[in-house]
Design a protein around this ligand. Structure first.
Ligand code: ADP
Ligand code: MG
Length: 242
């Protein structure tokens, strides 16, 4: 089976500083990979390279058949296949939930208003927020706003979704409701790469855990590896947290 996402020896520099030093891992269809590691280890940069928000200086990245580092990459086609959700939800405050979700469908996919509305209803049902379809972002909790952001990404029917610390700004109760939505997506077969500090989630939901340290993939395994780390670095990371 071919990988949905495949990084091979990826090198990323900012000026003279090398922040990814030959990163390789791949993600099969329907697989959930948790990307963990200390702050500054290169997790966000790796995600941003996958979506071509950053260019790379060495190695290769293949995503849904796109050669991401190729000069002639069709970025628009790549971004249609890859959904990304960040810590900040970035909903438009002057638009209600339905309008926030419909915007890209109308502009990028040229969906009719009624088609877009139908999709908005379907994805809101998936994240358990259909009853908030007419609400404005300020009327929602942080967890609800993040679930809308996930729904907005889902509406574009991505083949793979990238999550970058999507619960880091939320208190524990709201974190739980967002993680449950992500677990539901995982069970539904979505291919996902999840940067997270939620070790319980990584251990339980991820098919594979990739531990990054100083710009390198340091340890890879199933969720069980969190219970029996092989390297001193992962041991210390799990003991000390961030
Ligand atoms: P993580 O997400 O694991 O916390 P990042 O990928 O954000 O780590 O950062 C990895 C390293 O790259 C850090 O040392 C960070 O300071 C550096 N870095 C990230 N983005 C930039 C940038 N745009 N310019 C310069 N350095 C950057
Ligand atoms: Mg980060």
């Amino acid at each position: 089976m071919s990988a949905v996402v495949k990084l091979t020896g990826v090198i990323k520099r900012f000026g003279t500083v090398e922040v990814l030093k030959g990163v390789s891992f791949d993600v099969a269809a329907g697989e959930v990979v948790a990307l963990i590691g200390q702050s500054g280890s290169g997790k966000s940069t790796a995600l941003r390279c996958i979506n071509r928000l950053e260019t790379i200086q060495g190695g290769s990245i293949e995503v849904c058949g796109h050669r991401v580092e190729a000069p002639n990459l069709n970025i628009r086609a790549l971004r249609q296949d890859v959904g990304m959700v960040f810590q900040s939800y970035n909903l438009f405050p002057h638009m209600n939930v339905a309008e926030n979700i419909m915007l890209a469908l109308r502009r990028v996919k040229n969906a009719s208003r009624s088609e877009a509305m139908e999709t908005a209803r379907a994805v809101l049902a998936k994240v358990g927020l259909l009853q908030k379809i007419d609400a404005y972002p300020e009327q929602l909790s942080g967890g609800q706003q993040q679930r809308v952001a996930i729904a907005r990404s889902l509406a574009m029917q991505p083949k793979v979704m990238l999550f970058d610390e999507v619960t880091s700004a939320l208190d524990p109760q709201l974190t739980g409701e967002v993680l449950r939505v992500m677990e539901g997506l995982a069970k539904g077969g979505m291919t996902m790469i999840v940067v997270t500090h939620e070790m319980a989630f990584a251990g339980k939901v991820a098919n594979r855990v990739v531990y990054m340290n100083t710009g390198r993939v340091w340890e890879v395994g199933t969720g069980d590896m969190l219970g029996k780390p092989q390297t001193q670095e992962l041991k210390e990371f799990l003991a000390n947290g961030l």
